[in-house]
Design a protein around this ligand. Structure first.
Ligand SMILES: [Zn+2]
Length: 282
């Protein structure tokens, strides 16, 4: 039986670290507590296999005017194909393209991927922006689950002007608008909103088509408000994610989680059952 499903893995492959994240890599190395290095997809897959675990590989698009190629659906599809027993994949599209991005989303569905991933701060566009409506509509049409990052980001952190990255597009309330306008779209709000934690929790409470991904939150620093929500009313819509390689390893995170004394049923739901149910992944 699968021990855990990591819903938030940014595969540290060449096409990501030396692709859309290349402009941020030096800065990330200053704020991430471990070396961020390229790893072989086969080694990553074997790590999850050895731990009876599975992972969702997230694509990445640098957004409008990005000088680098995205880690797009086609590339994510190739990574998943290397180990379909342990990986599912989420593609991505340029959110600034509006209706012109729809073809990429049809392609992601055709490739058999399970969702899409967006990073509103890095992409400098809020999820509720009118130009994104065709993307949400097409994602809902194919029942693609959409991961939307929220809250702060390590990208540009500690740099002058945060390397030009603004946090406001990553407010959870923008996701609330999308969830209301596309009630058939299943959305994963990543990172718990962080500085907008209360806002994120309220969005997930209010919208049954939104799940909470607690990646980016180390269990030791979780507030009482977050722990109570996860153990209580949101226990069936909370998902574990490691955010590797930019945060703890999955095992470090789970060891810290186990120190919280959560009921075993909640741990099973958060680490496995909720993700398995959301993706139909046994
Ligand atoms: Zn992420």
């Amino acid at each position: 039986m699968t021990d855990f499903i990591d819903f938030h893995l940014h595969p540290p492959v060449e096409a990501l670290l030396h692709g859309p994240l290349a402009p941020f890599l030096d800065g990330l190395r200053d704020v991430v507590p471990r070396p961020v290095e390229v790893e072989a997809i086969g080694d990553i897959a074997q790590w999850y296999r050895d731990h009876d675990a599975k992972a969702v590989l997230l694509g990445w698009h640098g957004g409008a005017g990005s000088p680098t190629a995205p880690l797009d659906g086609r590339r994510i599809g190739q990574l998943v194909a290397a180990a379909p027993d342990v990986f599912k994949g989420f593609g991505t599209a340029d959110p600034s393209l509006g209706a012109a991005a729809v073809g990429a989303i049809h392609e992601i569905a055709r490739l058999g991927l399970d969702g899409l991933s967006f990073h509103p701060a890095a992409q400098r566009i809020e999820a509720s922006h009118r130009s994104m409506e065709p993307l949400w509509e097409t994602a809902a049409e194919h029942d693609l689950v959409c991961v939307i990052h929220s809250g702060g980001t390590r990208l540009g952190a500690g740099r002058l002007g945060g390397s030009g990255i603004m946090l406001a597009p990553a407010r959870p309330v923008h996701v609330d608008t999308v969830a209301a306008e596309f009630p058939d779209l299943r959305i994963v709000l990543a990172h718990t909103g962080q500085l907008w934690l209360d806002e994120a929790l309220e969005v997930v409470r209010h919208k049954a088509n939104v799940w909470l991904d607690i990646s980016g939150q180390h269990p030791a620093s979780m507030s009482r408000v977050l722990r109570d929500a996860v153990a209580g009313e949101l226990s069936r819509r909370t998902l574990f994610g490691s955010d590797y390689p930019f945060a703890s390893t999955p095992l470090e995170w789970i060891a810290a989680w186990n120190e919280l004394g959560m009921p075993e049923s909640v741990t099973r739901q958060v680490l496995h059952d909720n993700a398995a149910g959301l993706l139909g992944w046994d």
